[in-house]
Design a protein around this ligand. Structure first.
Ligand code: KG4
Ligand code: ZN
Length: 342
C-alpha cells in the first residue's frame, strides 16, 4: 500500500502580543515553532496596548514566517496549507496575521485556512499526546477565556461552562498589578506563591447559581483588592507572597472542582487543560493529584504550547484541512469569533 502523503502546514498566530509562526507535519509533529514575544514592550504600560501590538506584529511577521520555514528545513512550496488565527483577539493584531497569510496564499496558490484561537489552544494537546483523540473534556484558561469545553470530535465543540465576568488569566493579571508585580501577572504570581502560605488568607470561591459549570472571578479579585485596602487603612504590612498564594489557591480550587465535577457528570475519563493559565505549576500539580484519585487521564501541553504559539494553530488546522475546510480571500479578522462558528 502506498504510504499516505505528509501534510505540511505553515501556521501564523498574531491575535494578542505574540508574533508567531510554525511548521507542523500531520497535525502532531512540530518542525519549527518561532515565537516573538512582545511582553517587554507592554510591561511598562501594565498590559497589552493594542496599537503597539499591531505595529510590532507588522514589523516582525515576515521575519518570523521566514524563520519558521528555515528552521523547519522545508520550503514554502512544500506547504499544503497556510493556516492563520482569525479570531477571537485584538482586531488590529489579528489583521496583521490574516493579511500576511492571505498574501502568502494568494502569491503561491497554497490553500488558506482560518483557525479559531481557542480551537488552537485545545489542539495544543495533540502535539505531545500522540494518541489523544476526541471525545474528551478540556478546560481552556487564558487571558481572555475560561471555558469548559466538550471536545466531541475534531472541530466539534460544546461549551458547557464559561466565565460570567473576568477570565482566569485576567484575574491573575489584575491581582498581580494590585500587589505590585506588574504584567503579565500569571507567571509572577505562580513564582511568588511558592514562597507564600496558601492558607494565610481565605478568599471567596464563587458559585454561579444558574449553571454549576460557569465561573466567576471578579468577586475574588474584589476580595483581594478589599483585603489590600484594609491592610493599608489599618497600617498593617502586606505579605505579598501570602496574598499571591491564597489568591492562586482560590482560583485553582474553583477550576479543579468545576472541571472534575463536569468530567464525572459527563462520564469523561480523559481531561485536558489549555491556555496560558494551564502553564501554572500549582494548577498542573492539583489536576495531576485530583485526576489521579479519580482514575481520569490528565493531559496537558508543555508550557510553551500553553501560552500563545503558532504550532497549536497548525495542529488545529490539520484537522480542519482533513475535513475539507478552506477559507476564501475574503477571510477577515473576527474579534468576537465564537467557538465552532465559521
Ligand atoms: O493563552 P494566553 O497566552 O493568551 C490568551 O489567549 O489570552 O494566556 C495569557 C494569560 C495571561 O493572563 C497570563 O497572566 C496567564 O495566561 N498566564 C499564567 C501563567 N502563565 C501565563 N497564569 C497563571 N500561571 C502562569 N504560570
Ligand atoms: Zn491564547
Amino acid at each position: 500500500m502506498e504510504a499516505q502523503k505528509d501534510i505540511l502546514i505553515l501556521a501564523i498566530e498574531s491575535s494578542c502580543d505574540e508574533t508567531a509562526a510554525a511548521v507542523v507535519r500531520n497535525g502532531r509533529e512540530v518542525l519549527s515553532n518561532v515565537i516573538f514575544s512582545q511582553i517587554d514592550l507592554h510591561t511598562v504600560y501594565g498590559g497589552v496596548v493594542p496599537e503597539i501590538a499591531s505595529r510590532k506584529h507588522i514589523e516582525k511577521i515576515n521575519q518570523v514566517i521566514e524563520q519558521a520555514l528555515a528552521e523547519s528545513g522545508k520550503g514554502l512550496s512544500q506547504m499544503d496549507a497556510i493556516a492563520v488565527t482569525y479570531g477571537p483577539g485584538l482586531v488590529g493584531a489579528l489583521l496583521v496575521g490574516v493579511s500576511a497569510a492571505k498574501a502568502v496564499s494568494f502569491a503561491t496558490g497554497i490553500p488558506l485556512i482560518g483557525v479559531h484561537h481557542i480551537e488552537g489552544h485545545i489542539s495544543a494537546n495533540y502535539i505531545e499526546n500522540k494518541d489523544l483523540e476526541p471525545p474528551f473534556l478540556c478546560l481552556v484558561a487564558s487571558g481572555g477565556h475560561s471555558h469548559l469545553v466538550v471536545v466531541k470530535d475534531y472541530g466539534e465543540y460544546e461549551i458547557i461552562g464559561r466565565t460570567r465576568d473576568d477570565a482566569a488569566g485576567e484575574a491573575f493579571d489584575k491581582v498581580a498589578r494590585a500587589i505590585g508585580l506588574g504584567y503579565p501577572g500569571g507567571p509572577k504570581i505562580d513564582k511568588l506563591s511558592r514562597e507564600g502560605n496558601p492558607d494565610a488568607i481565605h478568599f471567596p470561591r464563587a458559585k454561579v447559581e444558574e449553571n454549576e459549570y460557569d465561573f466567576s472571578f471578579s468577586g475574588l479579585k474584589s476580595a483581594v483588592l478589599n483585603y489590600l485596602n484594609g491592610c493599608q487603612m489599618k497600617g498593617e504590612p502586606v505579605n505579598a507572597a501570602d496574598v499571591a498564594a491564597s489568591f492562586q489557591k482560590a482560583v485553582i480550587e474553583v477550576l479543579v472542582e468545576h472541571s472534575l465535577h463536569a468530567a464525572r457528570e459527563f462520564g469523561f475519563d480523559k481531561f485536558a487543560i489549555a491556555g496560558g493559565v494551564a502553564s501554572n505549576s500549582s494548577l498542573r500539580a492539583a489536576f495531576e493529584r485530583e485526576c489521579g484519585k479519580r482514575e481520569i487521564t490528565f493531559l496537558h501541553p508543555s508550557p510553551i504550547y500553553c501560552t500563545d504559539n503558532a504550532a497549536m494553530i497548525g495542529a488545529a488546522a490539520y484537522y480542519e484541512f482533513c475535513r475539507g475546510v478552506r477559507s476564501g480571500y475574503d477571510l477577515n479578522a473576527v474579534p468576537n469569533l465564537k467557538l465552532g462558528e465559521r
